[in-house]
Design a protein around this ligand. Structure first.
Ligand code: UD1
Ligand code: CA
Length: 458
């Protein structure tokens, strides 16, 4: 047996996308915060494509520069003369003996599993096309089969007869065939049709004429082959994508209180018995360990959440590390560089930035902890502020193990609060507070005996 042929992918992305009514090129519009075209490029990577060639159009420089890190070959199609012409721009970059798979930059949800099946159908030098039956096939190319059911050709909507328009099996546009064969057919394309374009779809009839077998494969679901031409279709596919993300999480053992109210905009790694309540948004790279609960309306971005953590409603966690068994929220904000060592309580209206909080320390109410190294077993009183910024530079605050701050303390950095030190309420700390002592820095309380409350004049 011979080795299976290598696959190379051509992604068509030269369309203007005028119906998006946008300054942004269509294929850069996001689904799950990732450009449409990136979805297709990443699917191509899952197929281990030898070569991925993206055909972009006039004004597509922004597409190229935005996705400059992707390992693809960029080819400009200067004039949009049709899908056949577009593919013809890319084929010189692909070896004759590779299977060429044609994908679309604006059809983002196509799955690699479907494409593997399609490519398998090219065995023995056959041509394989991906088709579906639609209740309303209007606008699509129709699959014309003979009496025995063999595919004969594709006819475009605008070229179809009344009889052909009744066909409900449509061309998704996605096809796969050996490079050498495709190149020979593309060189013979003509544009004498209703749209005056070089149709890629005309290669089907050429294959039949050359005695090449034509097979159809079908996607598992219709959403896989839907394209984005409008904001409405973009929103529809965003929902389809999110439904899929939710299904994947549930399959991994996550409880979703409402799968329709979860948004995943990146990669999520989850443990077992995680519960995500309504309206949770996960962005970037998020890792959530076993037995975590995330309450309603929380946003977690590029963060690691440890085992058994409970996050109550309305928290925003960004680039933070939350250690095991922490209780967060409601209404907490963890900003970049927040590192909670474990067993911490972070309460309502507490903001933590670029700080390490030692094991078991509690910051329960109305507090700002920034640029701070906090030990373990600390109790931070309500309204404590680390004043880390002098208007020009940021400074660090150090808080020792088992220290405690009274309500409304201000720690003016750089400053140190010693191990087991206590601050009296209202203290404005500008010098070190020694270990184990009570430090108070506020005006002493006085009572003025002779004072009388002014009376309203009659
Ligand atoms: C095409 C198919 C049709 C199929 C439909 C599925 C042809 C002739 N017809 O029709 O059978 O049912 O897709 O959606 O192929 N593009 C370029 N350069 C061009 C022309 C198009 O890059 O010169 C790109 C577009 O950006 C788009 C894709 O190719 O992503 C399809 O082009 P479009 O004009 O939408 O083709 P349809 O007429 O819809
Ligand atoms: Ca189209």
């Amino acid at each position: 047996m011979t080795e299976p042929a290598h696959v190379s992918v051509i992604i068509l992305a030269a369309g203007q996308g005028t119906r998006m009514k946008s300054k942004l090129p269509k294929v850069l519009h996001p689904i799950g915060a990732k450009p449409l075209l990136s979805h297709v490029i990443h699917t191509s990577a899952e197929l281990k494509a030898r070569q991925t060639v993206v055909v972009y159009g006039h004004g597509g420089e922004l597409v190229k520069s935005t996705l400059a890190d992707e390992p693809v070959v960029w080819v400009e199609q200067q004039e949009q003369l049709g899908t056949g012409h577009a593919v013809d721009q890319a084929t010189p970059h692909i070896d004759d003996d590779h299977i060429i798979l044609v994908l679309y930059g604006d059809v983002p949800l196509i799955k690699s599993s479907t494409l593997f099946e399609l490519v398998e159908k090219t065995a023995g030098n056959a041509l394989a096309i991906l088709t579906v039956h639609l209740d309303d096939p209007h606008g699509y190319g129709r699959i014309v089969r003979d009496g025995s059911g063999a595919i004969q050709r594709i006819v475009e909507q605008k070229d179809a007869s009344v009889e052909e328009l009744k066909i409900t099996e449509i061309n998704t546009g996605i096809l796969a065939v050996q490079g050498k064969l495709l190149k020979s057919w593309l060189s013979q394309l003509e544009n004498n049709n209703a749209q005056g374009e070089y149709y890629l779809t005309d290669v089907i009839a050429m294959a039949v004429a050359d005695g090449v077998a034509v097979h159809a494969a079908h996607p598992a679901g219709e959403d896989e082959v839907l394209g984005v031409n409008s904001r409405s279709q973009l929103a529809y596919l965003e929902r389809a994508y999110q439904r899929d993300q939710a299904e994947q999480l549930m399959a991994q053992g996550v409880t979703l209180i409402d799968p329709a109210r979860l948004d995943v905009r990146g990669q999520v790694k989850v443990g077992k018995d995680v519960t995500l309540d309504a309206n949770v948004v996960l962005e970037g790279n998020v890792e959530i360990a076993d037995d975590v609960y995330v309450g309603p309306n929380c946003v977690i971005r590029d963060s690691v959440i440890g085992e058994g953590v409970q996050i109550q409603a309305m928290c925003v966690i960004d680039n933070a590390v939350v250690g095991e068994k922490c209780l967060i929220g409601p209404y907490s904000r963890l900003r970049p560089g927040a590192e909670l060592k474990g067993d911490n309580h972070i309460g309502n209206f507490v903001e933590v930035k670029n700080s390490v909080i030692g094991n078991g320390s509690k910051v329960n109410h109305l507090t700002y902890i920034g640029d701070t190294d906090m030990g373990s077993g600390v109790n931070i009183g309500a309204g404590t502020i680390t004043a880390n910024y002098d208007g020009a530079n940021k400074h660090r605050t150090t808080i020792g193990d088992k220290a405690s701050t009274g309500s409304n303390s201000v720690l003016v950095a750089p400053v140190r609060l010693g191990d087991g030190a206590t601050l009296g309420a209202g203290t404005i700390l500008t010098k070190e507070a020694p270990d184990g002592k009570l430090t108070v820095a506020r005006t002493r309380q006085t009572t003025i005996d002779s004072w009388q409350r002014p009376q309203k004049k009659k």
